[in-house]
Design a protein around this ligand. Structure first.
Ligand code: MN
Length: 317
């Protein structure tokens, strides 16, 4: 079966404003304002995003009263040596599964690109989903099996967080390792948000082949009932370290107000752009500022990082 792997998205710019995401480790900020992508090139579209195919519930084999429709937006931080960044994601609407992974940046000090690990992990997760679900309904997908198989087949060096979500029988299922995560927003309010798993500040649980890395058995297994109209926001820490819950609620509400004409990738773009603005801002009080101070580290403003956002709308069938 030909499998359509969603490639990591390139940096997207939507207007004339310069993208000045700076290369370097999470805690390093350099002042060389080079655009992250050459948006003046006419060959490059203003932005690129993952626009899902039409989903037919009969093809999907959905067993509940709802279906998930998702779109994503990715803004990698500038690093000419690693233009794809370290985040990876996939959207597999036919099987009603979405996932993100965030390669751990610290490996760069050893000359290892963790983005290669996270991308292979997500590719293998999607392959495992297709392999596991030759059957007709989405209920049959076991996310722990998917994570275990993806992990065991991923051989690259490095390590990565992972958060994989599926919808079946009107329940959102998830397995989560590390500090990527998701929020369920209902009538404008976050009614569920996944917890961060970390061993210390800015050091998330992470899957990898080194003996010091975590294994899939540390994954938190989550089930959240959902209803039509819910909005799921799945992202890496580049989102959640830069955007407070109340800000996320505000952006989602603004988008959902016009949601008949709205599509999930547009909302994902709005959220990612907002996160980027905060990431670049050295004055704003972000979740990362708060957590830094709690850890006794002086840090003001946002956190420069790859930003991945997947928005999933829960639609009625
Ligand atoms: Mn990150």
């Amino acid at each position: 079966m030909a499998i359509d792997i969603v490639p990591p998205k390139r940096c997207r710019v939507t207007d004339e404003s310069e993208v000045d995401v700076i290369a370097g480790d999470d805690d390093e900020r350099q002042e060389g304002l080079t655009p992250a992508c050459d948006f003046m090139d006419e060959d490059i579209k203003p932005y690129e995003t993952f626009i899902p195919e039409e989903v037919d519930s009969r093809d999907v084999g959905v067993t509940g009263k709802t279906i998930m429709v998702a779109g994503s937006f990715y803004i990698p931080k500038l690093n000419p040596a690693k233009p794809l960044g370290e985040d990876a994601s996939f959207i597999c609407l036919n099987k009603q599964v979405i996932g993100v992974a965030d390669g751990v940046g610290g490996w760069a000090k050893k000359g290892i690109d963790s983005g290669m690990y996270s991308r292979e992990l997500m590719k293998n997760a999607e392959l495992a989903i297709h392999k596991q679900s030759n059957s007709t309904t989405t209920t049959s997908i076991d996310l722990m099996k998917v994570l275990n198989e993806a992990f065991s087949k991923t051989k690259k060096e490095g390590s990565s967080t992972a958060c994989i979500l599926s919808l079946s029988d009107d329940t959102l299922h998830a397995v989560n390792v590390g500090d990527s995560g998701f929020a369920v927003i209902r009538e404008g309010i976050i009614v569920y948000k996944s917890k961060v798993q970390q061993s210390r500040f800015n050091c998330p649980f992470q899957l990898g082949n080194e003996s010091t890395s975590d294994k899939p058995n540390v994954a938190e297994k989550i089930s959240v009932p959902v209803i039509a109209g819910d909005v799921i926001v799945l992202g890496t820490d580049g989102l959640f370290d830069n955007v407070h819950d109340f800000e996320l609620e505000t952006i989602v509400n603004a988008g959902v107000d016009s949601w008949e004409s709205d599509v999930p990738e547009t909302l994902a773009w709005r959220i990612a752009q907002y996160a980027l603005d905060n990431a670049k801002n050295t004055e704003v009080y972000t979740p990362f500022t708060r957590e830094s101070h709690k850890a006794g580290i002086e840090h003001n403003g946002g956190k420069i990082d790859d930003i991945t956002v997947i928005v999933a709308y829960i639609w009625p069938l």
